[in-house]
Write a protein that binds this ligand. Structure first.
Ligand SMILES: [Zn+2]
Ligand SMILES: [Zn+2]
Length: 261
């Protein structure tokens, strides 16, 4: 069997409608319907987003803060970028914490943080065999939103939370590659008429998108399509979302979910 070269662990899969239960019975554990702010760890060291829950999520997942070398930031909304928590991740490190963020993002200077300002559609080398590219996302423009393409040990991952549909330039850009893992925003559940269509995907929108992504071979038979950034108040319980997603050939992320390819 081929050796796994890409490992992902979801540390949060929620949109902004957090459950009160996170403060009490789920304070020290993950739950399928009690989701924390979206974040994902790649190969144990590259963290996508560090919002208001990241320290709790890492404590529950028993991940040492010092193992994170780089944060890839999708945008500056507080569920994705929390200044105090980034400062906490940067503290007590011998080397600076590298924070990769869109070049025009408005963020404060943080001690021991080295910002890596990213121009959209430009590929940056992070480490040997590890590359990151930001592509523009259809989301609140004030928050400098970008989707991320991470190339790691020859495997390619697309992380597309938060955002609705795909912008023309982004769609044309991502056509250059086949993706091993594609994480897509699924904030809104399986119904029509939600007002968030200009900033987040719904399940019906994903139902339209996925076949077109297949037509362009962005998604192939080997691609793991994963729904994340889920708003529990706009969805059925986890087990039911899983059944719906299965019919679409997709997986539903949950807090603590881990996958290796
Ligand atoms: Zn969000
Ligand atoms: Zn957002």
């Amino acid at each position: 069997m081929e050796k796994a070269t890409l490992n992902i662990k979801f540390l949060g899969t929620c949109a902004c409608d957090f459950s009160q239960k996170l403060e009490n019975e789920y304070k020290d554990c993950f739950g399928l319907n009690e989701r924390r702010a979206s974040a994902m760890l790649i190969n144990g060291q590259y963290l996508i987003d560090a919002g208001m829950h990241i320290l709790d999520s890492m404590r529950i997942a028993e991940i040492d803060l010092a193992t994170v070398t780089d944060i890839f930031v999708t945008h500056t909304h507080s569920d994705h970028f929390d200044t105090f928590n980034v400062e906490r991740l940067a503290r007590n490190r011998k080397k600076t914490l590298r924070v990769w963020i869109r070049e025009d993002a408005s963020v404060p200077e943080i001690k021991n943080v080295e910002y890596k300002r990213m121009t959209p559609y430009v590929k940056y080398e992070v480490d040997d065999g590890v590359f990151i590219t930001g592509v523009l996302a259809n989301h609140d423009i004030e928050a400098a939103p970008q989707h991320l393409i991470a190339e790691i040990n020859g495997k390619t991952l697309f992380y597309g939370c938060d955002g609705a549909w795909l912008l023309t330039r982004t769609f044309n850009f991502i056509k250059r590659a086949e993706y091993d893992i594609m994480v897509l925003d699924a904030t809104v559940g399986d119904y029509l008429g939600d007002y968030r269509m200009g900033e987040h995907n719904s399940i019906p929108m994903l139902r339209v998108m996925l076949p077109s992504l297949k037509t362009e071979k962005i998604i192939t038979d080997k691609t793991k399509v994963i729904f994340s950034h889920i708003a529990p108040s706009l969805h059925k319980p986890h087990a039911e979302i899983v059944r719906t997603a299965e019919q679409m050939g997709a997986i539903v992320a949950y807090d603590g979910m881990e996958l290796s390819i």
